[in-house]
Design a protein around this ligand. Structure first.
Ligand code: DC
Length: 195
């Protein structure tokens, strides 16, 4: 069976957690596409060459989850040639047999416009900054400023900007526990699975 679940949304909205949980619940493969851009940003040098030469080892670096890596990722992700270099890998992953969940910013709009399920996961900037701050520590207002700056860059770039697909289902996690958000997402998926 080929079945693609696209999970898009801004930083720290819960996409990764929801994407992983959906993959586990339905037995699908999961790809955190943000990791591709984080790995490109972390490699340094020419980002286009880094994207074209990305290896599985590049995705295993231990420093990819930091705020700095997220910021670098958002910068290289604005370059159309970097995005183009990563399209084929993501599309192949999405159509693998057995089903796939991809989380990112442009999965439902650009990478997999025909995905069987499209979720747009969001939350208020304050709720997202608090979650990130609980993971990273530091100055909470600084984390909020960085989350807002990254949102603005991701939403305002010319190529594949962050926005819900016209046919995406919105999931606002501001006031939801992780379990409640996963439950809601799983119900939306279950309703679309072939019987
Ligand atoms: O989901 P994340 O925080 O790991 O993503 C890091 C950055 O990568 C994000 O700010 C924008 C970019 N990104 C993107 O442009 N498209 C994707 N599909 C995933 C991430």
């Amino acid at each position: 069976m080929r079945f693609t679940i696209a999970v898009d949304g801004p930083a720290a909205a819960g996409k990764g957690t929801i994407g992983r949980a959906l993959a586990e619940r339905f037995g699908f493969a999961h790809l955190d596409t943000g990791l591709l851009y984080r790995a490109v940003g972390a490699k340094g040098g020419d980002p286009v060459a880094a994207a074209r030469g990305l290896t599985p080892e590049d995705l295993c670096r231990s420093d990819l989850r930091s705020l700095a890596a997220g910021d670098a990722a958002s910068r290289v992700a604005a370059l159309p040639e970097v995005r183009a270099a990563l399209v084929a890998f993501q599309r192949d992953f999405a159509r693998r047999a057995g089903g796939a969940v991809l989380d990112g910013r442009d999965i439902g709009t650009v990478i997999c416009p025909d995905a069987e399920v499209k979720l747009f996961v969001t939350a208020s900037p304050e709720a997202r900054a608090r979650r990130r701050w609980l993971e990273t520590g530091g100055d909470e207002s600084q984390v909020l400023a960085e989350v807002c700056a990254r949102d603005a860059r991701d939403m305002n770039r010319a190529d594949a900007p962050l926005k819900p697909a016209d046919d995406a289902q919105l999931l606002d996690t501001t006031d939801l526990s992780i379990d409640a958000a996963i439950d809601r997402a799983a119900k939306l998926v279950a309703a679309r699975l072939p019987r």
